[in-house]
Design a binder for this molecule. Structure first.
Ligand SMILES: Cc1cc2nc3c(=O)[nH]c(=O)nc-3n(C[C@H](O)[C@H](O)[C@H](O)COP(=O)(O)OP(=O)(O)OC[C@H]3O[C@@H](n4cnc5c(N)ncnc54)[C@H](O)[C@@H]3O)c2cc1C
Length: 364
């Protein structure tokens, strides 16, 4: 057997998992796709976020608490790579622009608080309290929810740092190596990729939207769908926004990232003027100062969603040793993927909450 574990997919989820497995002494190979293969990790918003996550599903709320509490440790470890990931955990806002949004947010935050047995910290702030913290906010924003547990990071730098960190621990990374076939043979798995044939005792599927098709080869029905989000970037501005918000955040370099659209358009990761206009208008409604800035870039990216929006962590029943790690919020969950998730993959004592993310919850 050449490797203990082959991780298929070198995005945020694969890189964090490979890093965690290598930390536990595993000999790991990461097989990744090509530059133009779909990649949510290169298209996301960079929030390390708990607000709203798991308000209707207690295990997910608890898992996000675990992940975000482990994040400072991950951030410290990644300093050894000398990649500046600009991680900050000062808190974050989600704005309300009318009474209905306020009422809905308040019940959502209260449900999330209950689902975490009071671990989730938050406050509802009216306009005048908000204005004291963010003077540039417009009067159209009637208030906001604030959680001191939210944060953000430079997502591209995070991906680079994870890749460097895993390779520093001896992980072999092979890009441009799309996997074509995975076959169980005599207690191990043979993986045929564009650059050769490799064997390992365990396989972890971290190929994002391609997990559905890869899982099928091994009798796993992994339900996964794409949801497009479009993102805008402005020119660099003087610092005016110390905290990230759900749809506007100022990066460490001064640019402002604007996003949070949700579209069902299959595997089309392009942009459209209509949606870009909508997200820009909402941002200007919140921060009038943005009305006169230049936009420098726009892109679309595909979220990896499961039917209930929660992760799927599942070991194949017909092919033990094959695992699916399929999820949205791979930035937020990175520290949990590099930590407790690897205990589960390796069969060590692991956190029981992980079992709540098996496919048993779907009727498939
Ligand atoms: C617009 C947008 C905003 C988002 N904002 C946030 C946010 O603020 N916070 C947050 O936590 N999450 C956010 N997300 C979600 C987050 O980006 C994803 O959860 C995360 O990137 C998923 O990582 P992944 O590694 O599973 O998938 P991907 O990044 O898609 O990576 C999959 C990898 O698998 C490879 N691959 C595919 N097929 C094969 C194959 N056959 N063989 C080998 N390799 C293969 C690909 O090349 C790719 O590198 C956002 C997503 C989008 C689209």
């Amino acid at each position: 057997m050449q490797y203990d574990v082959i991780v298929i997919g070198g995005g945020m989820v694969g890189a964090a998992t490979a890093y965690g497995l290598a930390k536990q002494g595993q000999k790991v190979l990461v097989l990744d796709g090509e530059d133009l293969t779909l990649s949510a990790s290169k298209a996301n918003f960079g929030l390390v976020w708990v607000q709203g996550k798991g308000w209707d599903h207690a295990p997910y709320a608890q898992w996000c608490q675990i992940a975000t509490n482990l994040w400072p440790e991950l951030s410290d470890e990644l300093k050894a790579t000398q990649v500046d990931i600009s991680y900050q955990r000062r808190g974050g806002f989600d704005f309300c622009i009318n009474e209905q949004e306020w009422q809905e947010r308040e019940s959502m935050m209260s449900a999330l608080w209950k689902n975490t047995d009071g671990m989730f910290e938050y406050e509802m702030l009216n306009h005048s309290k908000l204005k004291k913290m963010i003077p540039e906010i417009s009067k159209s924003v009637i208030g906001a929810s604030f959680s001191p547990q939210d944060g953000h990071v430079d997502p591209l730098a995070l991906l680079q740092a994870l890749c460097k960190a895993m390779q520093n621990l001896g992980v072999t990374y092979m890009g441009n190596c799309l996997v074509e076939a995975i076959t169980p043979t005599h207690g191990e798995y043979v993986v045929k990729g564009a650059k050769g044939v490799f064997t390992a005792g365990k396989i972890v599927l971290c190929a994002g939207l391609a997990n559905g098709q890869l899982g099928e080869q091994l009798g796993m029905n992994i339900p996964v769908v794409a949801e497009r989000g479009q993102v805008l970037i402005t020119e660099r501005l003087k610092p005016f926004l110390k905290w990230p918000t759900l749809n506007v955040r100022q990066t460490a370099q001064g640019t402002v990232q604007i996003g949070d659209s949700h579209e069902d358009v299959g595997l089309n990761d392009g942009t459209t003027p209509e949606v870009l206009k909508q997200i820009a208008q909402r941002a200007v409604l919140m921060f009038p100062l943005l009305s006169s800035v230049h936009l420098v870039r726009a892109w679309g990216g595909l979220r990896i969603l499961t039917p209930d929006g929660n992760p799927i962590y599942q070991q194949s029943t017909s092919n033990p040793g094959v695992f699916s790690v399929t999820c949205h919020s791979g930035v937020t969950l990175a520290a949990a993927h590099a930590g407790p998730l690897c205990d589960w993959i390796l069969g060590d004592s692991y956190l029981p909450v992980i079992e709540q993310f098996s496919m048993d919850r779907f009727d498939v």
